[in-house]
Design a protein around this ligand. Structure first.
Ligand SMILES: Cc1cc2nc3c(=O)[nH]c(=O)nc-3n(C[C@H](O)[C@H](O)[C@H](O)COP(=O)(O)OP(=O)(O)OC[C@H]3O[C@@H](n4cnc5c(N)ncnc54)[C@H](O)[C@@H]3O)c2cc1C
Length: 494
């Protein structure tokens, strides 16, 4: 095999899912796997830069070499520049380390043929090693690659402790284990995280780099996949750009794991998408698939500001506890965002209020066929009365908790004019190339992650989720990649 010319399987994107896919598929020594990552890659665990490992900060600030950004419209008149990981490990290499499972009920919206809660639970369990003896038992794994832990009582930030007190005093139940199914009913608890001794453990660190020495696995960084190539409807390879030079790598199996923004963009550039959009950009249509880039979901997040009375800047992870109350998740961030993300100018300390079952459905379209030009991304947040009502209720609850006696020792809460003014996004985008039944014209994938209308192309990343889970998506992304590989049935090379 000449690995630069051909691979049995090409994985596009070395993010959270792509690292799992490449590691699992290369367990078969007879199958050559090429992982192509647009950002930098590393050859071993020891080469991962300290900035990616330090879980007390998010290396996503201005000028970060580990992210790509895209401009997005969150709501009419509200635009933001948004970052995603663009490095081996992807967004999971730069994220907040909050690693919580989706609720059993979240899977009711997934194809029951393969993705019911009972079918996915063994893959959540198999992907993790839960390090907390107290949480072990029926729901947890002890042999999976991804370590999971919860901040021990003595290490918790004072704001975390005060928040948990104020929520339990307000009548919310304390959940010992936010990953057990009964936590789905809501309550406050310490978040499970994939942080061990202050180190953020990405899928690159947990899954891929420990096996990077396999002879049948090649990991190539700084390689942007411009498009998939087809003969008829059969994929025959990908066109990549390395140092400005275009090259072709052949394969009859391509797994697209470029993340929820770039996976639909790559499919669209390759002629898989709504035919009218492709035609307008001069792209030949390979498969008319109206759901590509259409109908994605995420968690709108509103920042609720306050002022701390004490200087408590410790190197804690960004988030140690959360409260689930009806439709919202309240996130008591331990530090100001300018303390968490270098390069930002000073901002107020905030709690985040995330709307976890938002009805907003966004769209991603191409501005051009240039793979380096970010697509047009519109979230359409808070357009419905129900979403605005739920979000206002969440902000009110966050302010009540901040004003409670337990928290009043630590903080003061200023008056605000418009509770929804500080609108952002949780960066949990899902469903931009979703799985679903053939009867749904918007479903891009079948229940085995195969792209409909073509042969040999799979999508394995959060684009494939039918809808964003009502919890942070990272633990579900890892589970998803594990289960998808088990379903794929990719045959070994002859
Ligand atoms: C700053 C931030 C904080 C977050 N915090 C949390 C959190 O605390 N908890 C939580 O649950 N979730 C969190 N998330 C969300 C979570 O990290 C993501 O949902 C998850 O990592 C997505 O995994 P993925 O594999 O779908 O995509 P990604 O991990 O984004 O991987 C996609 C990869 O594909 C590469 N790529 C893209 N286009 C191409 C191309 N054309 N050619 C080659 N490679 C390409 C990218 O460079 C990237 O490495 C956060 C996200 C961000 C951005």
């Amino acid at each position: 095999m000449n690995p630069t010319e051909f691979a049995d399987v090409i994985v596009v994107g070395g993010g959270s899912c792509g690292c799992v896919v490449a590691a699992r598929l290369s367990e078969n020594p007879d199958r050559s796997v090429l992982l192509l990552e647009a950002g930098p890659a590393f050859s071993g665990v020891a080469d991962i830069p300290a900035a990616l490992l330090d879980a007390s900060t998010l290396p996503i600030g201005p000028g970060s070499e580990w992210v790509g950004t895209y401009p997005a419209e969150l709501a009419a008149g509200v635009s933001r520049t948004i970052a995603r990981g663009r490095v081996l490990g992807g967004s999971g290499a730069v994220n907040g380390g909050y690693f919580i499972r989706a609720t059993p009920g979240d899977f009711d919206a997934w194809p029951q043929s393969a993705w019911s809660f009972d079918q996915v639970l063994p893959f959540y369990i198999g992907s993790e090693t839960d390090l907390d003896a107290g949480a072990r038992g029926r729901w947890h794994g002890t042999r999976g690659p991804m370590p999971v832990s919860r901040a021990p009582m003595q290490d918790r930030h004072p704001l975390t402790a005060a928040f948990v007190d104020s929520a339990t005093n307000a009548g919310f139940r304390f959940r010992e284990d936010m990953n057990s199914p009964d936590a789905a009913a809501g309550g406050v608890g310490i978040v499970p995280s994939n942080v061990v001794d202050g180190t953020r453990v990405s899928a690159a660190l947990a899954y891929l780099l420990p096996v990077a020495g396999r002879k049948n696995l090649r990991v190539q960084g700084n390689s942007t996949v411009a498009s998939l190539m087809f003969k008829g409807n059969r994929v025959i390879g990908v066109e990549i750009i390395v140092d400005g030079v275009r090259r072709v790598v052949e394969s009859d199996t391509v797994v697209v794991s470029a993340g929820a923004v770039h996976t639909p963009a790559l499919l669209l550039r390759s002629g898989i998408g709504p035919s009218e959009g492709s035609a307008a950009l001069g792209i030949s249509v390979i498969a008319d698939s109206p759901g590509v880039g259409h109908g994605f979901s995420d968690h709108p997040e509103v920042a609720v500001p306050f002022v701390t009375k004490n200087d408590r800047s410790t190197p804690s992870p960004a988030l140690e506890a959360v409260l689930h109350a009806g439709e919202v998740e309240i996130r008591p961030y331990t530090r100001r965002f300018d303390q968490l993300i270098s390069g930002l100018s000073r901002v107020p300390h905030v709690f985040g209020v995330g709307l976890m079952r938002s009805t907003a459905r966004g769209s991603i379209t191409l501005r051009s066929t240039d793979p380096f030009e970010a697509p047009d991304v519109r979230y359409r947040y808070l357009e419905s009365d129900g979403d605005r009502r739920a979000m206002r209720g969440g902000v009110e609850l966050a302010r009540e908790l901040l004003a409670s006696p337990s928290m009043a020792v630590e903080v003061e809460v200023p008056a605000i004019d418009d509770p929804l003014a500080a609108l952002g996004t949780s960066l949990h985008m899902s469903g931009s190339a979703k799985m679903g039944p053939e009867s749904d014209p918007e479903s891009v994938l079948d229940d085995h992650c195969r792209v409909r209308g073509v042969d040999g192309v799979f999508v394995v990343d959060t684009s494939a989720f039918p809808v964003v889970p009502s919890r942070g998506p990272h633990a579900t992304a890892i589970m998803f990649a594990e289960r998808a590989v088990a379903l794929m049935g990719v045959e070994p090379a002859e």
